[in-house]
Design a protein around this ligand. Structure first.
Ligand SMILES: [Zn+2]
Length: 655
């Protein structure tokens, strides 16, 4: 009897596993360049064994929107996660909700559908997955980037000198004195030095989800034979770490008292500097987190901490504002950040492997944020027209990218190696690309000039505050929407329904009248009515009345909230070069068309799919849509595609 090949194929499909590796803002240019140069051998192998495509994100081209698009197969208008925060009908226009929240999504996620079919899914650090929506499967962490509710403190540095680098981490003064500590004396030939350090102390900026009320004191000892060579971290008589310069401690987990009760917190420290005379000592401390609360199956938490390490988020992603206190990529020791990125990558690999053995998962879906962090900080240094560009900075930035993408490749290799490539569908996807930007567009002056928005001076706060009684529209910049202040929609509304069309038209006219004084160019790539933006996936009551996109090199980055405006912003005029409003964010993605490109960099994202049922060595020049990925995964797994899903199965990649 010969087996029916169709049935065998169906059974094989039904048995397939899914390994989904999400790389936030991975760029087509780097994937193509580094695989070609042999720096990403595992990625190159997967491209060779499978398909390489480019995907057009669903506008707004940013993180929550497109991770939701990827996992729902629906456009932003349908899933409703329009950028980082969403305005809901019935609320005043200044009220918005974070979209880094599964409850804000209006349709099911892929993992919900997989669970309905009996597949066990692990979802890790996926920006829109928390709170968990599955029960049999496991959700670990989620509301990235930098929005983790389990973060207690950001990174900092204990230092004998106050660090004054432009983007140096916040410094806590280290006052070293001669030590009589018997443990340090035993470990040192020369006279040891010591200082007390409170590793879990918070800075003002850190108080967001927890307020630390009391935390343990540790002793940092400095020892050596002829000169100072080592740091020793003590808690009482217990040696927690012995560190040479450049070395990291293991995880230090301890009880701290917070406003939410006693919390077990986890941190790692690195001896970043120690001069032989002991006068310049720097102890870098990572962000620190609660070791509990982030796993949907709480009984697994301690086991994961024990076997894999605690969950952290943002280790791989440097803060985008200098006041977050991250070590600079360019000016200090970028190695520290890459080392943290590597720690994070190893954690994903070990977690996937541990849970594969223990939980026998059918699908592992994860998100890693490193490339987005690299882009926001460094992409501008790779474009000659960026004012911060220099050959030297280009060289350093490119080196960081190359090392960063090698970490990614190693992570991919580690994730892929324990699964059977014959029965696992491997998807490597990104939510959007990124582009360098160096001009700041100020929407307000033209909206004021056209009589569409009005402000009044607030002498107490020293800001211009919106005058709702004279404002016909209200702009957002993430997402790049403009809302009509309709009487029928808002308590602060003034526009009658019959005047809606006229206000919309006038707003579009005002946007197109903006000019770059240096070039005479209009920085608006496209401004259109919501009704005309259906082909961009824009519909429903979470989408603004006018949608606008900027041309490459322009951004609205650093635009403050539009209800209260600092006079310095109005003083900038319609378009200002970044040098007039300095920012350390040199790469950006949110306000561009999905196909936007400048030089080597584009908003279109890379996609690699390999595994059973997928063609080998297939490359498609024309991009596909982000909404196509979820239905294609369902098809490859042999599962029915729910009819509300808007993407198509990528039939051209099927073997
Ligand atoms: Zn992103």
């Amino acid at each position: 009897m010969t087996a029916n090949p169709y049935i065998i194929k169906v059974i094989l499909k039904a048995m397939s596993k899914l390994l989904f590796i999400g790389l936030d803002s991975a760029l087509t240019y780097f994937i193509e360049t580094f695989t070609r140069r042999g720096l990403m051998p595992k990625t190159a192998e997967l491209i060779e064994k499978g398909c390489y495509l480019k995907t057009l994100p669903s506008p707004p081209t940013d993180t929550p929107t497109n991770w939701a698009t990827l996992m729902t197969g629906c456009w932003a208008g349908t899933h409703g996660l329009t950028s980082f925060s969403v305005h809901l009908p019935g609320d005043p226009l200044t009220k918005r909700y974070s979209t880094l929240n599964s409850r804000m999504c209006q349709v099911k996620f892929l993992w919900d559908i997989l669970e309905e079919h009996g597949l066990k899914t692990i979802v890790v650090n996926y920006p829109v997955a928390w709170p968990p929506t599955i029960e049999k499967g496991i959700v670990i962490g989620g509301p990235a980037p930098l929005g983790s509710p389990w973060r207690i403190g950001f990174s900092k540095c204990f230092s004998t000198k106050t660090l004054k680098g432009k983007y140096s981490p916040s410094t806590l003064r280290l006052e070293l004195r001669k030590s009589n500590n018997p443990i340090l004396k035993e470990k040192s030939v020369i006279e040891p030095l010591e200082a007390e350090v409170k590793l879990f102390s918070q800075l003002n900026r850190d108080v967001r989800h927890y307020k630390v009320l009391n935390s343990p004191t540790y002793i940092l000892g400095i020892v050596g034979e002829k000169e100072y060579r080592k740091a020793i971290l003590l808690k009482g008589e217990k040696v927690l770490a012995e560190l040479g310069v450049g070395e990291w401690s293991p995880w230090i987990i301890d009880n701290i008292t917070t406003d939410k009760g006693v919390v077990r917190a986890a941190i790692r420290v690195k001896l970043a500097k120690l001069t032989s005379d002991g006068r310049d000592v720097r102890l870098y401390c990572t962000d620190f987190y609660d070791t509990r609360g982030w796993c949907s199956r709480s009984e697994l938490t301690e086991e994961i901490v024990e076997n894999v390490g605690p969950y952290t988020e943002g280790f791989e992603h440097p803060g985008m504002h200098e006041d977050l206190g991250y070590i600079s990529w360019l000016e200090d020791d970028y190695k520290t950040l890459l080392e943290q990125a590597e720690m994070q990558a190893r954690w994903f690999v070990n977690l996937a492997k541990y849970l594969l053995e223990k939980e026998k998962w059918d699908a592992f879906i994860m998100h890693y944020h490193l490339p987005d962090g690299l882009n926001h900080w460094l992409l501008g240094y790779l474009h000659k027209d960026h004012p911060a560009y220099s050959e030297e900075k280009y060289r350093i930035a490119f080196k960081v990218y190359s090392e960063g993408y090698q970490i990614i490749d190693k992570m991919i290799s580690g994730l892929v190696s324990p699964v059977d490539s014959e029965d696992t569908i491997i998807v490597i996807a990104s939510d959007h690309g990124s582009m360098p930007h160096w001009k700041f567009v100020n929407l307000i002056p033209k909206l004021v000039e056209y009589g569409l928005i009005a402000y009044k001076w607030d002498p107490e706060e020293k800001v211009f505050e919106i005058d709702w009684s004279r404002s016909k529209v209200f702009p957002y910049f993430e997402p790049s929407y403009i809302w009509v202040n309709l009487k029928s929609r808002y308590p602060h509304g003034i526009v009658e329904d019959e005047d809606y069309d006229e206000v919309v038209e006038k707003t579009i006219e005002a946007l197109y009248s903006i000019r770059d004084p240096e070039t005479g160019e209009c920085p608006i790539a496209l401004a259109l009515r919501k009704e005309d933006a259906i082909y961009l996936g824009q519909w429903g009551d979470r989408v603004g009345d006018v949608i606008f996109f900027l041309k490459p090199s322009y951004s609205c980055w650093n635009t403050p909230r539009f209800d209260k405006i600092d006079p310095s912003v109005l003083a900038l005029g319609d378009v200002a070069p970044v040098r007039d409003k300095p920012t350390n964010v040199t790469g950006y993605h949110s306000t561009y068309l999905p196909n936007a490109r400048i030089g080597n960099f584009e908003i279109t994202a890379p996609l690699i799919i390999a595994g059973p049922g997928v063609k080998k060595r297939y490359k498609r020049e024309k991009p596909v849509y982000m909404v196509d990925i979820a239905p294609t995964i369902l098809h490859l797994l042999g599962l029915e595609i729910p009819e509300y899903i808007e993407g198509r199965v990528l039939r051209e990649i099927l073997a």
